[in-house]
Ligand binder design. Sequence first.
Ligand code: R5P
Length: 291
Amino acid sequence: MLILAFEDYMVQAQRLGHTLGVAVQKVFLHHFPDGESLLRLPTSLPEHVIICRSLNQPNDKLIELMLCVQTAKELGAKRVTLVAPYLCYMRQDIANQAGEAVSQQIIGKMLAGLFDDVITVDSHLHRISKLNQAIAINNAINLMATDEISDFLKQQFEYAVLLGPDAESQQWVSTIAKKIGFDYSVAEKIRQGDKQVSITLPEYDFNNKPVVIIDDMASTGRTIAHATELLLAAGAKQVYVVVTHALFCGDAEEHILQAGVKKVWSTDSISHSTACINLDHLLAAAIRKIL
Ligand code: R5P
């Protein structure tokens, strides 16, 4: 077995390789001036290859993934596993207006055609409950980082209130709260546009309490920023944030900090300055299970 990793996920891939006792090699990547990508893989590959790359900034990465897996197969790989802790295009699960592409199903079908196994973490599954409803292969595995986040929070706080900023976050925030014995509640959110959300806090006394917002991802940061403003207005002592996937597009991080968040933490699913919760043991256990 060999792990093939791209530069942007190299540190995490090496941690995973170390935990599994599997060698890691880098995929050489060159971007031509016109935006096309050139990939070069090690010329001798074992039967089972694991390709590691998180799929934030997805459009280039999906093409490169396709080039990578096809080349790996030409170079001798018989089984190719994708480890993509952040899986893109999972949010568009219906056509909101007639004529819209249902990206979750289309990208899912593409990945199912390319890979024997797909492993991801805290994927945004809303109207479907299982990843193989989008990626129709037996080993389409959606792991939860809730144990890792729980352990982390236990080290940071003796007590805090957890808040899920919208209905989708209930699954993560409730699991974490039960595990560490903290109170939790879930807000209601309506998204009006990419950067416009309205949030209603639940009936709960946040006064003078430290609150941790838990979500699967921060993209524009508007969800977290708005929830923070409401929490501080409701008297919360401090507001902290833990997200699995630190996308932080554009001015997201600045926006969150301006709203008054004291500290942001994330998993290492995406390389980011807030990443401090490592996923290698979670991913390694899932890989061992499918062998
Ligand atoms: C959506 O339901 C997700 O769980 C996140 O809350 C959302 O994607 C965050 O997006 P943004 O940071 O752009 O508000």
